[in-house]
Design a protein around this ligand. Sequence first.
Ligand SMILES: Cc1cc2nc3c(=O)[nH]c(=O)nc-3n(C[C@H](O)[C@H](O)[C@H](O)COP(=O)(O)OP(=O)(O)OC[C@H]3O[C@@H](n4cnc5c(N)ncnc54)[C@H](O)[C@@H]3O)c2cc1C
Length: 379
Amino acid sequence: MTVTGAIWREQLTTEQRALLGRGAGEIIDSRPDILVVGGGMLGVATAAAVHDAGLGTVQLIEAGRLGSGATGGATGLLIPEPHQWSDPETFIDLERASLERWRYLDQVTPGGLGLVELDWIGLAPDPTGQAARLPSHIRWLTAAQVAALVPGLAWRLGGTLIRHQARLNPLRALAGLAEGLPAIGTAVAALAATVRGERIETVITSAGRIHPGVVVFATGQPPVLDGLHLDVPSDRVKGHLLVTDPAPVLLPCTVAPVATPLEDGRLLAGGTFDYGDESPQVREEVIELIMASLRAALPGARRLGVSHQWCCFRPRHPDGRPVIDRVPGIGNAWLTSGHFRTGILNAPATGLAIARWISAGRPPPEAGAWSATRFARSR
Ligand SMILES: Cc1cc2nc3c(=O)[nH]c(=O)nc-3n(C[C@H](O)[C@H](O)[C@H](O)COP(=O)(O)OP(=O)(O)OC[C@H]3O[C@@H](n4cnc5c(N)ncnc54)[C@H](O)[C@@H]3O)c2cc1C
């Protein structure tokens, strides 16, 4: 039987599951120094960073349960290095710093965050001679070397081998970070804001009014609130994922674009970009296509069943890069949104950048490229 829903929740303990619904129905702090709106990876990581930096009292609010947006459906790969063929250097720097921060948080969080170290092989033909120009930390594998490392693979392809990447169960990491936060209110939605001069004075929520010193919006896409005009274009891109039953063929590491092995021999595959599909439903034909590709690559897996299938939406700005910025025209509010394909990876470095900015009153260098106004300039 196939479960429609991400596998991540099932891998949690009862305590971790309870953490995702923390504070529902409880009284929230109506005068926090810092209010974080949004309980996905960006909101929770930012709340953790400002709390750890000792910037005052922190209240996080989330309309549903923690991780109920894109975060709960993500693959959970933390792989900066493969992005060097698609992303600018400033972005890779953010990603690398964030992976280091994940490793640090995994070590210092009681019980850890479940980070799994992982190598990555990207299968590719080499028509342009890329193999000769690879940086020293990336190794080119011939088709014979790939075949030796991935014995069940039907495709005769070479590829790049990148060591020391990572992955995690996004909900487990979210629960671990949330446990260290003093004040979380789930099932609390921000509905409106009152702005006086250059300050947000009040955030009106489904649980009453909050008068914050500072507000950080981490709502996936920019928030839609009465009284707060934000001209930051964004959309969302659906993706499907599936997890198989325990597989007879073992993958040694992530083999892109085939699959990522999970602990108990299951394979995690997919991560489609279903542009224009706004339906929240899983489409069986997309799941079939993912399985057909998996079976073609790994004939030993041809009888494998699908144990979990799901879809979710990546928040995106027009250039596919995030916003990490002060809200234009507002002195006491920040926005981080549109993290698209890499929000799980980039959450800790983003949270740290916002904490540094709030603390110092000026943007840290790592936030410079991700302004909220760059789209207005290019229109
Ligand atoms: C198929 C797929 C695979 C992916 N794989 C990876 C991957 O391997 N690695 C990676 O790094 N990234 C991956 N991503 C991207 C990643 O999931 C996102 O970039 C990231 O989760 C965005 O986090 P977020 O906190 O900004 O948004 P979300 O997780 O969507 O959280 C925003 C939260 O804000 C809440 N909210 C919104 N408005 C309000 C309001 N007014 N009041 C209160 N709460 C509000 C929402 O309920 C939501 O919970 C993947 C995404 C998809 C779809």
